[in-house]
Design a protein around this ligand. Sequence first.
Ligand code: NAP
Ligand code: 8YV
Length: 319
Amino acid sequence: MKDIERPPILQIGDLLPILETWLRERYTLVRLDGRPDPEVFLADEGARFVGVVTSAMYGVTAGQIAAMPNLKAISSFGVGIDRIAMDEARSRGIAVGYTPNILNDCVADIAFALMLDVARATPEADRYVRSGEWARRGPNSFHLARKVSGARLGIAGLGRIGRTIARRALGFEMEVRYHSRHPVADVPWGYEPSLIELARWADFLVAITAGGEGTRHLIDADVLGALGPRGFLVNVSRGSVVDEQALVRALVDRKIAGAGLDVFENEPHVPGELLALDNVVLLPHIASATEETRLAMARRTLDNLERFLGEGRMISQAV
Ligand code: NAP
Ligand code: 8YV
């Protein structure tokens, strides 16, 4: 079948296998990675591609976009667009699709899982049982933990996911305040223009801003200092939002009570110091990773591309 019948689409990074299958059924799908020299490949073949499918983990660089003069659409599996060269896409009029809202529930669930796990020390308690310590030391021997229900929850970034987290907090009878650059209209939660003041007030500070340069190291040593020795940090946004070296120091020196982390600055690498600490819970960037949500994200990634190629507009289009 000729390219005209099955438009050539470039795949950047790993995708959910079902999404790859759906794409192969409809398009001439060509994988970029795994090639001996992806740059040379794009210099030779880039002009073929009208579409790119990628994910929030991989994105598309400015150089890759520049090497595809006929590129019209980028469809990304995920809501974060911090790894997509948006300025390049905007200036070329390339449509960028993503998967907002679909994953709000699962990311909010993991934010609560991390709050509960780090405050109630459930992973440590699980290790205590498995290692035989409980049997050796007897009933009531595990240390006391901290209460989540009724605590103060500070949310950095009251966007789609931030609001979902705030709604969950109602069930835990938590007091909620939030920080972002702009106050959000028509929400019942108090706005705190200073992130440091929010951290000072909060028992739990949850980071759920967008990633990228604008939020790089938003949570730094000063914010962690304000959170204080009884405060917990939860990061479900991007590793870049937290100054990881400052966080490691704060955790090692017990300047904060603990941290629940789904994301890291240099994934999949996690600072070695964190692995030895009991007051951290570490997840491999799985906040959206349920069968239900990932399948719906895959569907939207496909539908965005199909709609664009058929009707010129995606269902969820960032630009
Ligand atoms: P969203 O609706 O665009 O919300 C982003 C929020 O960040 C907004 O409230 C925005 O408010 C705030 N913000 C942006 N820049 C800021 C700054 N410099 N200082 C303070 N607040 C700032 O996005 P969303 O759908 O909720 O998703 C948020 C992010 O979660 C995504 O971009 C992605 O990086 C991350 N995420 C992670 C996972 C995971 O697997 N862990 C899964 C999904 C999403 P203002 O514009 O008013 O500042
Ligand atoms: C996924 C994410 O891990 O949506 C995002 O921004 O970070 C997550 O949902 C990602 O899309 C999988 O590549």
